[in-house]
Write a protein that binds this ligand. Structure first.
Ligand SMILES: Cc1ncc(COP(=O)(O)O)c(C=O)c1O
Length: 457
């Protein structure tokens, strides 16, 4: 829902940001001490740069249900949920039981167990793709998808959406968050490496296109379609807040890729198993050639999966494509996935997540309206966010020019200081779990209202 905006006093935003930063630091001295020990042994004091945060990371001790506790003993309702993983809630009894039972019978063999067959069958049912393999992360899932597409087509070029993140392998670390001055023309964006260590020759093989523009995709495929192995996209973009597909866009992408013999890869690392039982594939009713999963699929354990057509699977079965890995289909991960998919994230659970999403966005919409804030909400079952732009976003260039970074940052500080554990940064979203109750949702709305009241007063 978009609103007309109140004028925001920038001096006030800066003053509140300073105040809330000081509060944040004052209530987390044990995190500060952990940080000081951590930077001596880990760059930026974190295991992955995505865990770094300004003014500093918060070190957690444990979680249960909808709650997490930091090392200072502060309790938070968790809406971060491990970057979209913990839809099952923390220490979910069904998952804990399944993993404990499995661990007691051996945790790793690098030989297939029955669990992998059960999970593959369930993923086939949900996503409608017949063949599945397992990976250990979203990065591995999209990497395997790229290998598969290149081998199956004998072509090298990958088309990706400008502003999308698909993990940290060379072929997709391109035009993820390109600075405005390096974008190039919208009709032919530059291929901009995301960080160092990616050979230009590989970066150049990946071309960016804007989301939600099927006419432009048609033109690009008309020009270079015979060199394109795959179009990889998130059906709803979830690394630049949330950007939904325009009606008809995914349908045309499906038609165009099929017409040019290009493999269509849906990166459902974020949307899969969160916005519906069969992710975006089911929700938007378009079946790609490959689906990439990870995050919520394995209920908090490090696993991923790729689903594919019989035709593509034949390239793996024949040995032409090496889809491999010591830990693929690890029994603990499979036990967690089986409990997650068959016992916890049932059809009823998705209906409840959808209802929670509607309650949360309705509460936030009411606050946005009352205070005239320049933002709007988006909710898709377990995933949702407040986008700090009065207008809807349709592609990365909207995100890069319309989202109010200062307000996003201030809202995050308010949430953290009001006991809401939330993803840092401008680009992320909340993840709801089966453990959130109405009081948890109200706490989010109350923290947001405190922010709205102070920033407009
Ligand atoms: C859409 C998308 N694809 C792929 C990945 C990579 O997943 P992982 O961090 O498990 O490697 C991410 C991670 O955030 C993602 O959001």
């Amino acid at each position: 829902m978009a609103t007309t905006s109140a004028a925001i006093d920038r001096g006030r935003v800066l003053e509140l940001t300073e105040r809330e930063r000081a509060r944040f630091l004052a209530r987390t001295p044990a995190s500060q001490a952990a940080f000081e020990r951590a930077v001596a042994v880990m760059p930026r004091g974190v295991p992955s740069s995505f865990q770094a945060a300004d003014p500093r990371p918060t070190y957690l001790s444990h979680g249960e249900g909808s709650r997490v506790w930091d090392v200072d003993g502060n309790e938070y309702v968790d809406f971060h949920n491990g970057f979209g993983v913990m839809c099952v809630g923390h220490a979910n009894p069904a998952v804990v039981r399944a993993v404990s039972e499995r661990a007691a019978r051996g945790s790793h063999f690098a030989a297939p167990t029955e669990g992998s067959v059960t999970v593959a069958r369930e993923l086939r049912r949900r996503f409608g793709l017949p063949q599945w393999r397992f990976t250990n992360s979203g990065t591995e899932s999209t990497m395997d998808a790229v290998h598969l597409a290149r081998a199956a087509t004998g072509r090298d070029v990958i088309l990706k959406i400008e502003g999308s993140y698909h993990g940290h392998h060379d072929s997709v670390m391109v035009s993820v968050r390109p600075p405005l001055e390096q974008l190039g023309p919208r009709e032919e964006p530059s291929s901009v490496a995301f960080g160092g260590g990616h050979p230009p020759a590989v970066t150049e093989l990946t071309k960016a296109i804007p989301f939600n523009d099927a006419d432009l995709l048609e033109r690009v495929l008309g020009d270079i379609g015979d060199r394109v192995a795959a179009v990889i996209l998130e059906p709803a973009m979830m690394n630049i807040t949330i950007v939904c597909p325009r009606p008809g866009y995914l349908e045309r992408v499906r038609e165009l890729t099929a017409a040019h013999g290009v493999v269509l890869v849906f990166d459902e690392v974020k949307t899969g198993c969160t916005i519906g039982p069969g992710g975006a594939t089911e929700r938007f009713g378009i079946t790609p050639d490959v689906v990439c999963l990870a995050k919520a699929t394995c209920g908090g354990y490090p696993g991923g999966a790729i689903g594919m057509t019989e035709e593509l699977a034949a390239h793996i079965a024949s040995g032409q494509v090496r889809q491999v890995g010591t830990f693929n289909g690890n029994p603990l991960v499979m036990a967690a996935a089986e409990a997650t998919l068959l016992e916890v994230l049932t059809d009823d659970a998705y209906a409840a997540l959808e209802a929670r999403s509607e309650r949360l966005t309705a509460g936030l919409d009411e606050v946005i309206e009352r205070y005239g804030l320049p933002c709007h909400t988006i909710g898709l079952a377990a995933k949702g966010c407040v986008v700090f732009s009065p207008e809807r976003l349709y592609e990365y260039r909207d995100y890069a020019t319309k989202v109010d970074e200062e307000l996003s940052t201030l809202a995050w500080l308010y949430h953290m200081n009001h006991g809401i554990f939330m993803t840092p940064g401008v680009d992320e979203q909340w993840t709801l779990s089966v453990a959130h109750d109405d009081a948890d949702l109200q706490r989010y709305v109350d923290a947001f209202e405190a922010f709205a009241r102070d920033v407009t007063s």
